[in-house]
Design a protein around this ligand. Structure first.
Ligand SMILES: *Cc1c(COP(=O)(O)O)cnc(C)c1O
Length: 390
């Protein structure tokens, strides 16, 4: 600890050497355990962001740490030119836990969506990809082209052609899907743009339109998956089953990994040589993911996520400056009354209350604690927010 560089030193290094793509908060975290984080001065924080829904199992879960330690000392990389057990075992577990087809492993959420987009185009060459207003699917070119946000897209034009944006309206969606549509890609709950669950009628319309035309229905479950909403995958609480889904974020228990999971019908659309990645499915990250998937599949944990989510949402609704609370399970968004800045409240929560939160926009706060959070910790977090609102 004594050799830790100071925050000021890190800020100077950032200023001189780090490409300025991030706006960082003035805190240096050095340790995490469960729902707690510690900064370099030894202050303890309650983490209700979980690394943007990455630490669903909590920071440094002992079983994840043990699996990584063990694997790191044996074999970290072999490439997909050879077999390693964790990659194949993880593929089996992902398939069995969801759509029953096959799995392409990769290294991030954006990459998982790239694989999904390529799968759709392979299945229907030249076909359009339909995405929804307010979607977020990642920052690489294909994923960015599927992310209809002017500020993110405009500076990087021209984008990948063949993407079409539609309003979140069942009739509009039905009208735009035709025989030249390769896929409809959507998040069952839009995360980055403010925790907006999609209406059941919209999901049914998407399913019906895809069935009518043979387009693929692909769910981006990168944020909603891995137990976040109280089922392992969010689609399991909706009225539809997608043809393929993407996962990342919490899949690696804190390590970077992504996955595309198909149903049986799409299992062999990709052929040898169609897609690949040097690091993908490496034994280190997949052995961590096997543990994370096991923990997040626990039925008792998932039931708890639902009741904990209800407790959190109910308590937030009681706060004075809150105008709307929405979400499912421990994926909760909270709108503030007009005139109150979410980014400012989040900043004060961090500095004054040692509570880690995130603003998804000027007036929305996102709560996504580790799924292992306790009732008392939820009450504590809400009390800290309440303190700031007084
Ligand atoms: C975070 C996220 C992504 C992008 O994942 P990265 O790992 O940052 O590339 C894509 N889709 C959704 C819904 C996400 O929440």
């Amino acid at each position: 600890m004594s050799t830790q560089p100071s925050l000021a030193e890190l800020q100077e290094l950032e200023r001189r050497y780090a490409v300025p793509t991030y706006v960082r908060n003035p805190v240096q975290f050095v340790r995490g355990e469960g729902v707690r984080l510690w900064d370099a001065d030894g202050n303890e924080y309650l983490d209700f962001l979980a690394g943007i829904s990455v630490l669903n199992v909590g920071h440094c879960h002992p079983r994840v740490v043990e699996a990584v330690r063990e694997q790191a000392g044996r074999l970290t990389h072999a490439t997909n030119l050879y077999y390693t057990a964790p990659a194949m075992q993880l593929s089996q577990r992902l398939s069995d836990s969801s759509l029953g087809g096959k799995v392409f492993l990769c290294n991030s959420g954006a990459e998982a969506n790239e694989a999904a987009i390529k799968l759709a185009r392979r299945a229907r060459p030249g076909g359009k990809i339909i995405v929804l207003e307010d979607a977020f699917h990642g920052r690489t070119y294909g994923a960015l082209s599927a992310t209809p946000q002017e500020s993110k897209q405009a500076p990087f034009a021209p984008l990948v052609p063949g993407f079409e944006v539609v309003a979140k309206d069942p009739a509009d969606l039905d009208a735009v899907v035709d025989e030249d549509t390769a896929a409809v890609l959507l998040e069952p709950i839009q995360g980055e743009t403010g925790i907006h669950p999609l209406a059941a009628e919209l999901l049914s319309a998407a399913r019906a339109a895809c069935d009518r035309t043979g387009a693929l229905l692909i769910f981006d479950e990168i944020q909603t998956g891995m137990g976040r909403t109280g089922t392992l995958w969010a689609y399991q609480q909706t009225n539809v089953v997608p043809d393929a889904l993407t996962s990342a974020k919490a899949l690696g228990g804190g390590l970077p990994i992504g996955a595309l999971v198909t149903n049986g019908a799409l299992a062999d659309v990709f052929r040898p040589g169609d897609h690949g990645s040097t690091f993908a499915g490496g034994p280190l990250v997949t052995s961590a993911a096997l543990v994370a998937l096991d923990i997040c599949s626990d039925p008792d944990l998932l039931t708890r996520v639902q009741s904990l989510g209800e407790r959190l949402a109910a308590a937030l609704t009681e706060l004075p400056l809150v105008s709307n609370v929405r979400g499912r399970g421990l994926m909760v968004g909270c709108d503030l009354v007009p005139g109150v800045s979410a980014p400012e409240l989040v900043q004060r929560a961090l500095v004054e209350q040692r509570l880690v939160l995130n603003a998804t926009g000027p007036s929305t706060i996102r709560f996504e604690p580790p799924l292992i959070v306790q009732e008392t910790e939820i009450d504590m977090a809400v009390a800290r927010v309440g303190e700031l609102m007084r």
